[in-house]
Design a binder for this molecule. Structure first.
Ligand SMILES: [Zn+2]
Length: 105
């Protein structure tokens, strides 16, 4: 989905991580819920945005009141990579949100 917001600083776009070795870890500091993603899957959702900007684009899935998660790019080391579960994008559902206006205004 194309992103209308253009970040002023595009220091580290997600596509930079697309060497197949690096992943993105998203962790809630509050409940410690954590998921690892392939950069490609995140690009499909957010566009090729700055990695740091993902924090404010995402929310804890346990409870949105937990606020924004900690987002970091990482390359799993040998030990870390064993049994590492990576969350894959299964489907991207488009929700239709009606927006109304009064006529005449
Ligand atoms: Zn949480």
């Amino acid at each position: 989905m194309p992103e209308t917001y253009a970040p002023k600083r595009k220091d580290y776009p997600l596509s930079n991580l697309n060497d197949g070795l690096r992943l993105v870890r998203v962790r809630c500091a509050y409940c410690k819920r954590q998921h690892c993603y392939y950069p490609d899957d995140l690009i499909r959702i957010f566009g090729d945005v700055d990695v740091d900007s993902l924090s404010w684009r995402m929310k804890c899935e346990n409870d949105p009141a937990h606020g924004h998660p900690i987002v970091e790019a990482f390359a799993p080391t040998g030990k870390e990579a064993v049994g590492l579960r990576i969350r894959r994008l299964k489907a991207l559902k488009i929700r239709t949100v009606p927006e109304w206006k009064e006529d005449p205004p």
